[in-house]
Write a protein that binds this ligand. Structure first.
Ligand SMILES: Nc1ncnc2c1ncn2[C@@H]1O[C@H](COP(=O)(O)OP(=O)(O)O)[C@@H](O)[C@H]1O
Ligand SMILES: N[C@@H](CC(=O)OP(=O)(O)O)C(=O)O
Length: 474
């Protein structure tokens, strides 16, 4: 990649184009029938006035990213042959779709892409085994193939009936830092590159098809944006192009008042404010990546959540304001994999100094702090659980007596609460006591009220809170 950040390109907003970014998640491209549905949705969108032009962002087939990460592990623990054998059934899923939905040149071209991917993955796995220092960048290089293959396959399927489209390597658009596995986009360069690469295609009426989740450093090394990051790719591209809309196509017809897999009586939220959607995503609603909203909020670009299995089933729109009345409760969500670290002071206690020390130690161990509270009784940090926690616990003993509680979940009630402390519901303290959950103060945002509880209790607590706060509010 040859970045040219100073390049100036006229924006789509000034050219009369109305780009609509359409992101299809792994569940929307999991098999042949799913690819057929997606192709039909894109073709239908292309026909929409006024000059609406699809820009397609696609994820790896469901399960492929996990399989690629497993392959890296297998290669390091066993050997490269075992890792490639492990991937064969997944490559077969891609080639089966190609066999059924493409022919002629498009089929031949995709088979070539698949063959080259297999070769390249094998080489990268081997280099990682021999030179462990290369693992972080090469892991991203390998994992990115799920999205590369989906983009090539979807373009092949679309071109089958003469739809003008082209696979675009997302690494030529999204520029990031070099934090492999969780890379952060460099906005100015991303905007310039995206416009430079995509706008000429749009002007010719060609649909660009890009893999989500992937970027590249200024030096051209492949990076990934973190699990679930294709949503984020879609809004980065949407913001760069000043799109009319970003559509997130998935397996549910919108954002609901709870995860429909967990709660039977969910309600769709037809409109959500940017902040409400972000808090829902941040505290566990898998339907959106937590950073999805960042790029589009400033530009007031609407984001809709739609069902690729049932496009007519309705959708949710995320925009500047949801219109929810003050105090309204919209949704309940939870996220597992959290630990609470409590440091009780010893000797003379200066909270600000201890807070600083604690934050530095956790940061040095690469532990992400979710929430931090200080009181006379000490400091409590709610953090991402993980292997680094034990070593951090030892280092934290310089700050005071340390107690770590694992297997916790964060439970979040999302609504329009403002900055005042609001009484959520008369029954809330009963429910909190029943599930031994503690409110986390200060409130993280005007849209979220957070509680910490045992992971095992969280699903039932969500169901009960949903029933009391949303289905049958007093
Ligand atoms: N509040 C919510 N509203 C809608 N879906 C939710 C919510 N919370 C969790 N989900 C889950 O998110 C899933 C969609 O996300 P995901 O599986 O990552 O889709 P994709 O493969 O399209 O990226 C849904 O099937 C649903 O179970
Ligand atoms: N394939 C990547 C990126 C992604 O966003 O996927 P999905 O859209 O299926 O959540 C992952 O599994 O993390």
């Amino acid at each position: 990649m040859n970045p040219t950040p100073s390049l100036s390109v006229p924006s789509a907003a000034n050219s009369g184009l109305c780009p609509v970014v359409m992101k299809f998640g792994g569940t929307s491209v999991q098999d042949t029938a799913a690819f057929e549905r997606v192709a039909a949705i894109i073709r239908r969108q292309q026909g929409q006035p006024p000059r609406q032009q699809p820009v397609v962002v696609v994820s790896a087939m469901a399960g492929m990213t996990d399989a690629l990460l497993d392959a890296v592990k297998r290669s390091l623990e066993q050997d490269t042959t075992a890792a490639l054998e492990w991937l064969e059934p997944h490559f077969a899923r891609y080639s089966e779709v190609a066999e059924r939905l493409t022919d002629g040149i498009a089929y031949g071209a995709f088979v070539h892409v698949l063959y080259a991917a297999r070769e390249h993955i094998g080489q990268a796995l081997e280099v990682m085994r021999r030179y462990p220092g290369t693992i972080p960048p090469l892991r991203d290089e390998v994992v990115a193939y799920g999205e590369h293959l989906s983009a090539a396959l979807l373009a092949a399927v679309l071109s089958g009936d003469g739809t003008a489209c082209r696979t675009v390597d997302a690494r030529t658009c999204i520029v990031t830092d070099d934090v492999y596995g969780r890379a952060r986009p460099r906005w100015d360069a991303t905007q310039t590159h995206t416009r430079q690469v995509l706008e000429p295609l749009l002007a010719e009426g060609v649909i660009p098809v890009l893999g989500g989740f992937i970027g590249a450093t200024f030096d051209g090394a492949t990076t990934t944006l973190g699990r679930g990051g294709s949503d984020y790719s879609a809004t980065l591209i949407g913001a760069a192009l000043q799109a009319c809309e970003v559509q997130i196509w998935t397996d549910v017809a919108g954002i609901y008042s709870a995860d429909p897999r967990l709660v039977a009586q969910v309600r769709r939220l037809d409109t959500l404010a940017y902040g409400e959607a972000t808090d829902l995503a941040l505290y566990g609603a898998k339907v959106l990546h937590p950073r999805t909203i960042e790029p589009v909020e400033r530009l007031s670009i609407p984001v809709s959540i739609r069902n690729s299995y049932d496009p007519e089933a309705g959708y949710s729109t995320i925009r500047a304001s949801s219109g929810a009345p003050s105090g309204a409760i919209l949704a309940v969500t939870h996220r597992n994999g959290v630990a609470a670290v409590h440091v009780r002071p010893r000797g003379s206690w200066r909270a600000a100094v201890a807070l600083d020390e604690m934050a530095q130690i956790l940061d040095a161990h690469g532990i992400l702090v979710e929430h931090l509270a200080a009181s006379r009784l000490g400091l409590t940090a709610t953090v991402e659980d993980g292997e680094a926690l034990e070593a951090a616990r030892r280092d934290l003993q310089t700050c005071g007596d340390v107690q770590v509680t694992t297997d916790r979940a964060l439970l979040c009630v999302v609504g329009n609460f403002g900055t005042e402390a609001t009484e959520l519901h008369p029954a809330l303290s009963e429910i909190l006591a029943e599930f031994r959950s503690t409110p986390l103060l200060p409130h993280p945002s005007p849209h979220a009220r957070l509680f910490l509880l045992a992971e095992a209790a969280a699903p039932t607590a969500v169901q009960k809170l949903h029933a009391q706060l949303i289905e049958n509010p007093a």
